[in-house]
Design a protein around this ligand. Sequence first.
Ligand code: FAD
Length: 390
Amino acid sequence: MPKPRLNVLIVGAGLGGLSAAIATRLAGHEVLVLEQASTLSEVGAGIQIPPNSSRFLISWGLREAIDRVSVLPEAFRLRSYRDGNVLSEQPLVPLTEEVYGGPYWHCHRADFHKALVDKCYSIGVKICINSMVTKIDFEAPSVTLASGAVIGADLIIGADGLKSKCREELLGRLDPPQLTGDLAYRILIKVEEMRKHKDLEEFIRKPAINFWMGPQAHAVCYLLKGEGYYNIVLICPDNMPENINVMTADPSEIRQFFKSWDPRLQKMISLVSSVTKWRLQNSTEMASWTHPSGKFALLGDACHATLPYLAQGAAIAVEDGGVLGALLGKLEDRSQLPAVLKMYEGLRKNRTTSIVLGSTDQRDVFHMEDGEEQKRRDEVMLRDAVRPGF
Ligand code: FAD
């Protein structure tokens, strides 16, 4: 008997929605992605793609496209905030390929997103922009757009991010993400500016992830492809006005906050001419990601937004897409769809919850005040370089 060919509708063309689109299309189904924005792009600057994500991307034929726009960091270096001394160094090349089956890539988000969009188009995924979903009929199933148009499908996947309308429709109530008490300053500085300072040379000579830990804050820095830009993320306590989640900030804020940190980090911050800050929010675990009709499921930040302290938010959204696509590829009869969605949820929910909770726990490790506990942490890090686990 021929396998069923479903019409799958995905809400949201973010990294999660596009990954699900690729995996589902490669599994033999028709895929339409609806995106509210008027252009296809990604906001923010750099992104880390760990091997639990790169393995899927490679299996979809994306190694060359992402390699072309990425840097391979040789190591992950955890540093003390005061002097930048390396407390722990975890090699990434060739370890992640050999042990975890994929590279650890860095790239600009826009390049990652474009690689996914190009792949979608090359395999026949349809993407419609200017298509904001405002309502879902879970039984039909169908979505209503802001324009009033109604679009039906066999299966609807809600991949519409942190402030998900799909989650709200599924729950039948507003369910805003929770504040975490932290924010992220996201910054790009020009490598040619860094080159003027001899003491910054080590950060651009050999690509690595450099990570400074200090009281209430941390900094994550890495080189982007082409040596044009250096990516800096500074995490600090949330100081944003109520109800504003993204805004431009005065660079003097970060100069003041980090004034007693490693002089080299301070020097990088002195090169910053413009900066945006983002309130960091996450989700509590939902009771279910699927609708009882068996024709709808959530994916990515829409159901498991996380603090970025394990660099896993997009990675687990890619995993969601990969697992969903693999299961849909096994479908032999349409009547199996509700069971397949339950299986998807069963395979994913515990894992993503442990990553969301684990990311929050990392804050206590990274943001320790100076004192006995912090000295013990540093001693342990110096003694046993911890292997990453993907
Ligand atoms: P989104 O990227 O939010 O995409 C949702 C899409 O849905 C958007 O395009 C939106 O326009 C669209 N949409 C929304 N509502 C509707 C609607 N009603 N109708 C139609 N379309 C709609 N993750 C990593 O793996 N590695 C990292 O290094 C990393 N660093 C991070 C650093 C910071 C500072 C932050 C804040 C996050 C970081 N993350 C990282 C997390 C990662 O960015 C997110 O987890 C990931 O982008 C979520 O993807 P998504 O597709 O689920 O959601």
